[in-house]
Ligand binder design. Structure first.
Ligand code: NAD
Length: 515
């Protein structure tokens, strides 16, 4: 059924009245004992109540994905590509609707949802529509002299995916698209805090003509639905994005049934400013890179290391610019910064700042919850927190070492280039980093020596569908986006043909008889 034109705009309580599970092409109610509330964190209102999935619902979703696998994996790459191209069109037609719902369930500013999350997802879909047709194996040839060998790159089966709440639509897309482009079928468990756009994405897949069961979404909690999915014997691969601590648990469970794992985990990205950097660019870059998505971005700049000659000016510049950022109603297109995803998370972020303050840190900007928005919104009703700059802390401080996942930037000075790079590498994480310099040798050294899955030079945050995203160290392994992610979702088979037609082959003598 084509629902691209007269789809009602999102109204809390009506859109998902039939339930928050999407299994075998149909929306249904969960049969778990618990319910969850999707809350708009800008004012605490309930956007949607959802009944969570039971383990039986997960079983049904896995069974649907398993049943769909033979047909989908044997479809031609061209057919899969065509379905994904149609999906890109459906998503683009529903862009405003997706942006509204994404903002309602996360509190992120509508300009971010509509200019970043949704167009990024459409572009990703179009990319994987093309990539589906260009799976590669290395050369075929006669390597033994008596055989022809070639490579088949094959889908794995049912992929079980688990996603976080910070970019619910993009995370759903990053998980679903490479998996199905490569011929797998999938069961995705979004965060129970923010399941709505993943459900809409699954509906769009069905409306675009992907066969029932290829894409399934179960809305459930981590302990029940998440662990059951990860441990399920019919799931061939587990793809997880979330915190490093939960990632460890997921890996343990998946290992017991020898599943392939793909882990995109936490980050604590350094932002290294050398003394020849363009200071204005570095200050503006630091504000944008630390505040994007209210700092709830695994690649956000969290630790600025600034070479001593620029340190004071950098701290002053960032503190001043933080003061100009407009907090307010996320639905207002003028709003720069929305609330954090929940009140509990806001309190967690505030706790980091309070402990730093108690330990003697200088709070150069922010450090508290705001009261009034630029548009008159009463911010005390929402989970807001001011952009916060923390100075005067040692490298060992909790705010420098731990992932805060909020609008909090720590800033530290350094003297030599060696020291700057050493400090940048001195956390367990390695997802992303940036180096700010006009010196080609310094930038080459930084990009080579900083241990992270992405290093930007004179910018920090941009991502593109053609390039991989993924971590080093405790930030996990495996790549999202790009042709590299297709490799993750396929397995390589060596096929070997005898070319001699000889019954008594020469090599048999190593097992029996003589030449
Ligand atoms: P989280 O780890 O708390 O939860 C992530 C998902 O795991 C949720 O769907 C949750 O329900 C599920 N889960 C929880 N316990 C589980 C269990 N025992 N078994 C199976 N599933 C379980 O993370 P979050 O708070 O939703 O998101 C924030 C985290 O995600 C941050 O650490 C952030 O850095 C990370 N993240 C990483 C990337 C990346 O690409 N590396 C991208 C976005 C977010």
């Amino acid at each position: 059924m084509d629902r691209t034109t007269d789809e009602p705009l999102f109204e809390g309580g009506t859109r998902f009245a039939d339930g928050a599970q999407f299994i075998a092409g149909r929306v249904g109610e969960g049969t778990g004992e618990q319910s969850a509330e999707v809350v708009d964190p800008s004012d605490g209102s309930v956007v949607q109540r959802v009944r969570l999935a039971s383990t039986a619902d997960v079983d049904r979703a896995v069974a649907a994905a398993r049943a769909a696998f033979p047909g989908w994996s044997s479809a031609t790459p061209g057919a899969r590509s065509e379905a994904l191209n149609r999906l890109a069109v459906v998503l683009a037609e529903r862009a405003a609707d997706f942006a509204r719902v994404e903002t309602a369930q996360t509190g992120k500013p509508i300009k971010l949802s509509s200019e970043f999350d949704v167009p990024g997802t459409v572009d990703n879909t179009a990319f994987f529509a093309g990539a589906a047709r260009s799976l590669e194996g290395r050369a075929a040839g006669e390597y033994s002299g008596d055989h022809t060998s070639y490579i088949r790159r094959e889908a794995l089966g049912v992929v079980g995916s688990i996603a976080p709440w910070n970019y619910p639509l993009q995370m759903a897309a990053w998980k679903i698209l490479p998996a199905v482009a490569a011929g797998n079928t999938i069961v995705l468990k979004p965060s129970e805090l923010t399941p709505l756009t993943a459900l809409m994405f699954a509906q769009a897949c069905t409306d675009a003509g992907l066969p029932d069961g290829v894409v399934n979404v179960v809305t459930g909690d981590g302990r029940t639905a998440g662990e059951h999915l990860v441990s399920h014997p019919d799931v061939a691969m587990v793809s997880f994005t979330g915190s490093t601590s939960v990632g460890r648990r997921v890996a343990e469970l998946a290992t017991r049934t020898v599943k392939r794992t793909h882990l995109e985990l936490g980050g604590k990205a350094p932002f290294v400013v050398f003394d020849d950097a363009d200071l204005e660019a570095a200050v503006h870059g630091a504000v944008a890179a630390s505040l994007i998505n209210t700092g709830q971005d695994c690649t956000a700049a969290t630790r600025a290391y600034v070479q001593r000659p620029l340190y004071e000016a950098f701290v002053q510049g960032v503190a001043e610019l933080f003061g100009t950022v407009r907090l307010g109603d996320p639905r207002n297109p003028e709003t720069d910064l929305g609330p954090l995803v929940s009140f509990a998370h806001r309190d967690r972020v505030a706790g980091f700042v309070e402990r730093a303050r108690a330990a003697g840190a200088v709070i150069a900007a922010g450090g508290e919850a705001p009261k009034k928005g630029h548009d008159g919104t009463d911010l005390t009703l929402g989970a807001y927190y001011l952009p916060t700059l923390v100075a005067g802390v040692p490298q060992t401080a909790e705010v420098v070492q731990s992932e805060i996942f909020g609008p909090v930037l720590a800033v530290l000075p350094f003297d030599s280039d060696d020291e700057g790079i050493r400090l940048a590498n001195d956390t367990p994480y390695g997802l992303a980093a940036s180096a700010w310099t006009r010196d080609v040798h310094r930038s080459l050294r930084a990009t080579r020596e900083i241990a992270a899955g992405c290093v930007w030079v004179n910018d920090h945050i941009p991502i593109i569908s053609e390039m991989p995203h993924g971590g080093y160290k405790s930030s996990g392994y495996g790549k999202d986006m790009s042709q590299y992610s297709l490799d993750e979702y396929t397995q390589v088979k060596h096929v070997m043909y005898d070319t001699t037609a000889v019954a008594r082959k020469d090599w048999h003598r190593t097992v029996f008889g003589t030449r």
